[in-house]
Design a protein around this ligand. Structure first.
Ligand code: GLN
Length: 539
């Protein structure tokens, strides 16, 4: 039996209260006290993973080293803890049912009727304790997606009830609720919290700690009232006040002593005070930038910024590394025509063209790249952004007017981006892309080799198409260099333009690896190039 401790985080009243950030912040504090902590997320939807979801549904799909397509909260976990997650850290109802149904087809249930309790809940339980059983962690924090009261969450809450019973003091529940401020009454209201805890109690789960999301400070009376109605100690009523940045939340939770209350409940030693010097230094620089750069982010899901969560966070990390505020200008690729390019891009210090799928917005991305290439504005292309850079170069420098990706134009005579060989036989959509970490050799003397400070790297991928090496010679002769090559398949993973201050396209997703502790070197140097550009424009 493992000695790991389990913390479950549930949400009540409404969605979007920031369970992921609270979980990551608590994990950060426990880690800073010397514990080995990981976080996992259980999502109640039927999709086997979020890989098939449109970003408008739940935002970005985050990819782990082992190639799992996961919920964007896993990105927060990695960015806060600086510890990689894996497939085991994200489980959905679809995956649970798929496992149970496959076992049923194999005859593993020996003629029994297969039911939600105990078969589905047993499978949930097995996965909930999996990382604890590995022996790699002292504390496992499990975030349950959705809101208490949702029909879909019921089997998860039931499993938490069972585990609380089985694990006793090795297990606890934190419930996150909202304490709204009613402007007309001029008051904070505790009733939704009381109701939400009642909903949890009806399912047999008594929360140990309440984290109350609020716009205004909770006074002692209010805390006492919540404690009284919800059967928790007053010190277990934790205020989670709106913060100007998510990176403030660990500090706010420390002030509220969330980590201390948690450790006391789990009967674990406080060890030492949390070592947060690096974190605080990061926050100090984040809040007191010396410079500012304006970077355009061109994408087609601009209405929903969560679609580019890891990129936005990587810019924050890179900004801090340069003591500079990165002001991201969100530019809709759908709405870009030749006529609007100049006005939108002329004052920018750098432009990033985002990853994506499908035809929509593609010409806007290509037009944007033409402008930044010709005007020496630093350019960073990620995945589809890199592919668009190759299309643009093919059309406007090499003169192949029909250059395209076969994803958008299967008939083109110049398929400069084409489907990867082993993708051609793929018929199923879910989990079938080239996913996860692959190695890449950097060309000696290239910009990227200098940026990474080494010649062998590993980065995470999520794509089906790639640069068509048949055209490489023509590109290199015209100044577009293959600066990174996958050693096993000889794929072009990085391109850079010779006669340009900073023009780099990568087939992988560097944003997934950027954390508070280790900002990604490509983002750091891209922001530095943008800073140089801003100084040049100011002259
Ligand atoms: N649609 C492109 C491909 O599948 C790019 C993918 C991406 O940007 N993640 O190759």
């Amino acid at each position: 039996m493992s000695t790991a401790k389990y913390i479950f985080v549930t949400g009540g009243v409404t969605s979007s209260l920031g369970k992921g950030i609270i979980s990551a912040s608590l994990a950060k504090l426990l880690q800073a006290r010397g514990y080995r902590v990981t976080i996992q997320k259980f999502d109640p939807y039927i999709n086997v993973d979020p890989g098939t979801l449109n970003p408008y549904e739940h935002g970005e799909c985050y990819v782990t080293n082992d190639g799992a397509e996961t919920d964007l909260d896993l990105g927060h976990y990695e960015r806060f803890l600086n510890v990689p997650t894996s497939q085991a850290n994200n489980v959905t109802t679809g995956r649970i049912y798929q496992t149970v149904i496959n076992k049923e087809r194999e005859g593993a249930y020996l003629g029994k009727t297969v039911q939600i309790i105990p078969h589905i809940t047993d499978e949930i339980k097995r996965r909930m304790v999996l990382l604890g059983d590995s022996g790699d962690f002292d504390i496992i924090i499990t975030e349950i997606g959705g809101t208490v009261g949702d029909i879909e969450s019921l089997p998860y809450i039931e499993t938490v009830r069972q585990l609380k019973w089985e694990l006793g003091s090795s297990c606890m529940v934190i419930h996150l609720t909202l304490v709204p401020f009613l402007a007309a009454a001029g008051e904070l209201k505790t009733k939704p919290t009381q109701h939400s805890v009642k909903a949890l109690l009806e399912l047999g789960v008594q929360p140990d700690i309440l984290v109350c999301r609020t716009e205004h400070s909770l006074n002692a009376d209010l805390r006492r009232k919540i404690a009284l109605f919800c059967n928790v100690n007053v010190n277990a009523v934790i205020e989670s006040i709106d913060a100007s940045t998510i990176y403030d939340v660990p500090i706010l939770m420390y002030k509220e002593q969330l980590d201390k209350v948690v450790l006391a409940k789990l009967k674990l030693a406080l060890q030492h005070e949390p070592e947060l010097e690096h974190w605080k230094a990061f926050l100090g620089k984040l809040k007191n930038p010396v410079n500012e750069v304006r970077i355009g982010l061109v994408g087609k899901y601009i209405e929903l910024k969560d679609a580019y969560k890891s990129i936005a966070e990587a810019f924050i990390h890179a900004g801090v590394a340069n003591e500079c505020r990165v002001k991201v200008e969100w530019i809709h690729s759908d709405k870009l025509g030749e006529d609007s390019i100049e006005s939108k891009f002329s004052g920018l210090h750098g432009v990033l063209v985002a990853p994506g799928f499908g035809d929509r917005g593609i010409e806007g991305k290509i037009a944007a790249i033409k402008y930044v290439r010709e005007n020496n504005i630093p350019f960073f292309g990620i995945c589809l952004g890199m592919q668009c850079a190759m299309i643009e170069f093919g059309r406007n420098v090499l003169g192949w007017k029909d250059a395209h990706s076969t994803e958008m134009n299967p008939e083109t005579k110049h398929p400069v981006i084409h489907m990867m060989e082993d993708q051609k036989s793929v018929t199923r959509k879910g989990g079938t892309m080239r996913l996860g970490e692959y190695s890449c050799n950097l060309a000696k003397g290239s910009k990227v080799a200098a940026i990474y400070g080494k010649t062998k790297i590993g980065e995470r991928h999520r794509h089906r198409f790639e640069f068509n090496s048949k055209f490489l010679e023509a590109y290199e002769n015209a100044g577009m260099i293959a600066a990174g090559i996958n050693p096993d398949l000889n794929l072009v993973e990085i391109v850079e333009l010779k006669n340009h201050p900073w023009f780099i396209g990568v087939q992988y997703h560097p944003e997934y690896k950027s954390t508070v502790e280790t900002p990604h070197p490509l983002f750091v140097k891209f922001v530095r190039a943008a800073l140089d550009k801003s100084r040049e424009l100011a002259k």
